[in-house]
Design a protein around this ligand. Structure first.
Ligand SMILES: C[S@@+](CC[C@H](N)C(=O)[O-])C[C@H]1O[C@@H](n2cnc3c(N)ncnc32)[C@H](O)[C@@H]1O
Length: 437
């Protein structure tokens, strides 16, 4: 395959788990199929790929693109946009395929019982003659249950989410075959009916199972952290392209508002000689980010990715209100940030899966969503922590915020170097450098 031809396909829901990052979808797809010809994009937003695959006997898949395609530097990409959800303390632990324990939480035993009865009531009302403990039949009932939600996001992902949750309860690998005779034990059934009912009540699937894939790794997340989004992979993609086309190779990376650490840790994985600092105001988020730095090293070693320098030794996490607790004398070649950028008025209209579950402090900013860009831009200059010769500032931005943010940066002495579109063709990433070195 041509070195620069990268095809990321969003497969139909029944073929790939939504928890996967676009990178993993691609890897999953290639890993599960033998590509017989390079994909051709036709005019009707479909991609025709001939593959030899044992999913069924038909070797020619016509894979519908759920959302848009865009063409950029020989890259075809697609995505389904998802702004992707919980409560606390009664732990249900599961070991996933990387050997990492993921923990799902509920507010109390009584809440769990309450949740679980929602699904049980549904199947008792609709499935009188079926075996409630049979995995296949449960999958079918849970799909119908989720499809009866009034939340379109829940309806749309009903098939996939039911599958993810049954796999989670049964500790199966993604898309593993479920034997028709497989029955859940009583406690597995209780767990499943509780989890599926939480989903019905708008909780994001990533909080229910306790992780989400981003770029090349699985990241733990809980309600203290924003769920990593495929859109944010645009930043990594852009920086990796700068490495490829301009030999950009930062040795010190600063991530402002690190959350799960998904951006910083993915970059440290891409740049094995770099060290990084992740900043967040939330101590709980920093705990998750630390956990993820260890987890990624474990994931790398279980993938036999021994070429990577241990990430946990190269990263430091600091609690700080943006740059206020950072020292002035360290210079970074790369400062990345995905700060809160949703305006108060837009926040009101967010889907309940986001609004009721994800931390508001990770989402909303004053001044029409621009306040944190203003603070960060000014502090970078005041602290003089960006390498003036080669340093880059890379921001994730909200839809249509590019002009305002370019103005903010220009008024602080920066100029736009390049920008990146997300998989839905929206400008999502702005890269700045100092105008005068
Ligand atoms: C949009 S989330 C981004 C999380 C992660 N970097 C990502 O891309 O998924 C913004 C993050 O900024 C953090 N944050 C918000 N205000 C902050 C502040 N004043 N100082 C430091 N971190 C802040 C939030 O806690 C949250 O983790």
């Amino acid at each position: 395959m041509n070195k620069h031809l990268l095809v990321l396909v969003q497969l139909q829901h029944d073929l790939t788990p939504s928890l996967l990052s676009s990178h993993h979808r691609y890897k999953y797809f290639l890993g599960n199929s033998r590509l017989l010809s390079l994909p051709k994009i036709n005019n009707s937003n479909n991609i025709n790929i001939s593959i030899n695959n044992n999913i069924n006997s038909n070797n020619n898949y016509n894979i519908s693109i759920i959302n848009n395609y865009f063409y950029r530097k020989n890259c075809y990409c697609s995505t389904k946009k998802s702004f992707g959800n919980n409560e606390n303390t009664n732990n249900n632990s599961n070991n996933n395929d990387n050997g990492i324990t993921t923990t799902t939480t509920t507010s109390s035993i009584s809440a769990a019982a309450d949740n679980s009865s929602l699904f049980t009531k549904f199947i008792n009302n609709n499935n009188n003659n079926s075996n409630n403990f049979n995995a296949k039949q449960l999958l079918d009932s849970s799909r119908k249950f989720l499809k009866s939600s009034t939340n379109n996001d829940i309806k749309e992902s009903a098939i996939l989410d039911s599958r993810i949750l049954i796999e989670h309860v049964l500790q199966l690998k993604p898309n593993a075959r479920i034997p028709p005779t497989l029955n859940l034990t009583d406690s597995q059934y209780q767990q499943f009916s509780e989890l599926i009912s939480r989903r019905f009540k708008d909780e994001p699937i990533a909080y229910i199972v306790g992780y989400r894939y981003f770029w090349k790794h699985q990241f733990r997340c809980d309600r203290s952290t924003l769920i990593p989004r495929p859109d944010s992979e645009t930043l990594i993609d852009q920086i990796v392209m700068l490495r490829e086309y301009e030999n950009f190779s930062p040795t010190n990376i600063l991530d402002l508002g690190t959350g799960t650490g998904c951006l910083l840790l993915s970059l440290l994985n891409e740049f094995p000689n770099a060290t990084g600092v992740g900043v967040d105001q939330s101590l709980d988020a920093l705990e998750i980010a630390k956990y993820n730095s260890i987890s990624i090293d474990k994931q790398n070693s279980s993938d036999n990715n021994s070429s990577n320098n241990i990430i946990n030794n190269r990263v430091e996490f600091i609690q700080s209100n943006w740059l206020s607790s950072l020292s002035n004398n360290k210079k970074y070649q790369l400062i990345i940030s995905n700060p809160p950028y949703i305006s108060h008025s837009d926040y009101i209209n967010l889907n309940p899966t986001v609004k009721l579950f994800e931390p508001k402090t990770a989402l909303v900013a004053d001044n029409n969503g621009l306040k944190d860009y203003e603070i960060i831009a000014k502090s970078i200059v005041d602290k003089d922590i960006l390498d003036r010769d080669n340093g880059l500032v890379v921001f994730e931005i909200g839809m249509n915020q590019e002009n305002d943010i370019i103005k903010i940066m220009e008024s602080n002495g920066f100029e736009l170097k390049c920008q990146g579109k997300d998989l839905g063709r929206i400008i999502r990433c702005l890269v700045f450098k100092y105008k005068i070195k």
